[in-house]
Design a protein around this ligand. Sequence first.
Ligand code: PLP
Length: 360
Amino acid sequence: MKTLRPRNFASDNNAPICPEAWEAMQEANDGHVPAYGSDSLTDKACEAIRDIFETDCEVFFVFNGTAANSLSLASLCRSYHSVICHELAHIETDECGAPEFYSGGSKILVVQSNDGKVPPDAVEATVHRRDDLHYPKPKVVSITQSTEVGTLYTPAELQNLGALTHGLGLHLHLDGARFANALAALRCSPKEITWRAGVDVLCLGGTKNGLAVGEAVVFFNKELAKEFEFRCKQAGQLCSKMRYLSAPWLGILKDGAWLRHAEHANKCATRLSSGLSNIPGVQILFPTEANAVFAKLDDRVISGLYARGWEFYDFIAAGGSRLMCSWDTTESDVDDFIGDVQDLTKSSEDHSESHPVLRH
Ligand SMILES: *Cc1c(COP(=O)(O)O)cnc(C)c1O
């Protein structure tokens, strides 16, 4: 019989709603207010985001990251333009062609590296490869922070990429589905790793941070936000009862809950990564810098873990087993997992485990 576990490592999207977001939603649930974003809670949530980034930016709330990315990219590009990103970028691998669809044909041009980050020289090479009218004209560099393999761009790396991108006449787009995890890990100010580094638009993730639903599209370059509300509406991304999409942001931004949750998830990942790295035969595939751990585990260990009720993905990004920590991961979840890997590693060494061991 498979053990039922209340929490797992499959995805930070599998976690429930954090209490701060839940309470904010409850508080918002009072009386009639104007729809479609004309309410005071939505105004306050936009203002809270401006305060955090210490600048006058344009803020829009949409339902999910795919919409945030693809609609913002569409507003940065014309149909004959292209977007340069890492080959593992969510916009390339996990959005079902939505960026191409909403931009009416903009092409994604991928670059490679071993750490999930877009290398500056690859951006230059991609832009300079061709300048004739048969090539989809590069217009945007899109990066992900933290990256799809759980690594981070340092503030200096971002500044360097931002300067290069703008120097080439391109815009810089940041997929921040896990921006909170990056910020909590880097311990810098939000502006330092966004507009000060040249980021034109940020897709600020709320869902993986603990919201029920919702991401914020933050335009630091306000020119680029022109008519963005029409794109949202056309794409079915304008929430009519907007207060329920915006109020939870107030809940998590107030008193820094968003960063506490992200920091907690990061700490769990660090604990998991160091515990696993001490087990002979286990290899950690990427530096654990945010809330993701990628580990190379033996096939017998993997099937043993599944049999014990653990869940995680083996198909994400560059391979290995991806273990995601979230705001509600506990230290004992981490320690139990490490203990099971140790246990299964030992038993697969003495080949005594022809059948998965049943416990509990
Ligand atoms: C989860 C995620 C998104 C958002 O995905 P949706 O399922 O559309 O909300 C975007 N970018 C990255 C890097 C992600 O991990």
